[in-house]
Design a protein around this ligand. Structure first.
Ligand code: COA
Length: 160
């Protein structure tokens, strides 16, 4: 039987425990997961692409079927180049729905061989976002409930 490769794309600025929760679930469902660290043209990131990839690599080192790559250009092209047939997206709340629905539609229009699948994170992480974590870090709050220690250290350095 052929192996199913799935892509989990995002800006990951930075990667949070909510993202890792989705990755953990996905790693049990698919043969291989590629974490595709990308750029959203509407977002200005605080971490460089190299730093975002490095942090994800450190945190996900124990997941044997998870790979981390940077990508630019169209997501569906990156997926096809890597023989991925599934795009994974997390749905945290109803507010995510419209944007995610639109993105899934656009990606299906661009390449109908690639399916988008939505996973919901555990309730504990359903309200986390990277921008919220950045704001708490900038204001000196405790971010350890939301991110791994490596990320907390990197954020502290940045906002020192
Ligand atoms: N845990 C924590 N946060 C989560 C989450 C989870 N489980 N699921 C979603 N989020 C948050 C992210 O932290 C992020 O928060 P922020 O906005 O505060 O930074 C937000 O939800 C969604 O961002 P992200 O998942 O990073 O995706 P994005 O909307 O920035 O899209 C790409 C990034 C790279 C996937 C998208 O822009 C893309 O595909 N670009 C390539 C160009 C392309 O193909 N375009 C056509 C398709 S639209």
């Amino acid at each position: 039987m052929s192996k199913i490769i799935a892509i989990y794309p995002g800006t990951f600025d930075p990667i949070t425990k909510g993202h890792v929760d989705i990755i953990e679930r996905s790693s049990r469902l698919f043969d291989k997961i590629i974490i595709a660290v990308g750029e959203n043209s509407k977002k200005k990131t605080i971490f460089t692409k190299e730093a975002r990839v490095e942090l994800a690599k450190k945190i996900l080192v124990n997941y044997a079927n998870v790979e981390i790559s940077f990508f630019s250009g169209l997501l569906v092209d990156f997926a096809q180049k890597n023989n991925a047939t599934v795009i994974i997206r997390g749905l945290r709340a109803v507010s995510d729905f419209e944007y995610e629905f639109q993105m899934a539609d656009v990606n299906r229009h661009l390449n109908s061989n690639i399916e988008t699948i939505f996973l919901t994170p555990t309730e504990q992480y359903s309200y986390i976002s990277s921008s919220m974590v950045r704001e708490i870090a900038e204001l000196g709050g405790d971010i350890l409930p939301f991110v791994h220690e490596e990320v907390a250290i990197a954020l502290k350095k940045l906002y020192r």
